[in-house]
Write a protein that binds this ligand. Structure first.
Ligand SMILES: [Fe+2]
Length: 193
């Protein structure tokens, strides 16, 4: 599905409106939200997203950035797929269960967040039991099941069924995508062969 299709564009507008609705009702207090090295790519990623079909969603995400807490899969922190990966990868939960990473809004049955990869970063094959829908905000290459790698423009919805192997990689610019998980939210992704 592409957001260039009218139905998908309508869905995107509704999605963006929902994301905009999160910010006003979620004031944060206490310590500043966690940042990661990958956050240095946020401005470039958001700027690229703002020039593409996903601009409404990018505009909805922009004001959330000061409140976003960034985190990394503990499986990768223990055993990075390659030495520079943790310097160039991170995600932030916008809405998620209370026992998960810090989120702007609580949602017991789903997780909604953003994934950010630095330029030329390869997030290798991995899998998890949750059902996942990604919505791309920038260009990137995506791989699923048996492949092949496919370039996916901004505004593409990508669905990963439970336990399906998948991977993504950024080109010369950062890769930014919104993700949605449902099902087993507690089991982190693991790298696969
Ligand atoms: Fe995934």
């Amino acid at each position: 599905m592409s957001a260039r299709e009218p139905a998908a564009a309508t869905g995107l507008d509704e999605f963006a409106a929902l994301v905009r609705g999160i910010a006003p009702g979620s004031p944060r207090s206490g310590p500043a939200p966690a940042r990661l090295p990958v956050c240095r790519f946020w401005p470039a990623a958001l700027e690229a997203a703002s020039r593409a079909v996903a601009a409404p969603l990018a505009a909805a995400l922009a004001p959330l950035m000061p409140a976003l807490a960034w985190t990394q899969n503990p499986n990768y922190r223990r055993q990075p797929p390659e030495p520079t990966f943790l310097d160039r990868y991170g995600y932030s939960v916008i809405a998620g269960p209370p026992d998960g990473p810090p989120a702007l809004a609580r949602a017991p049955a789903l997780a909604l967040g953003v994934l950010l990869l630095g330029p030329r970063t390869h997030y290798p094959r991995h899998a998890h039991p949750a059902v996942e829908v990604y919505y791309t905000l920038t260009d990137g290459e995506w791989w699923r099941d048996e492949g092949p790698w496919r370039p996916q423009p901004p505004g593409t919805a990508i669905v990963h069924a439970p336990h399906v192997r998948h991977a993504m990689r950024a080109g010369d610019a950062p890769l930014l995508a919104v993700y949605l998980w449902r099902g087993d939210l507690a089991t982190h992704a693991r790298l696969t062969s």
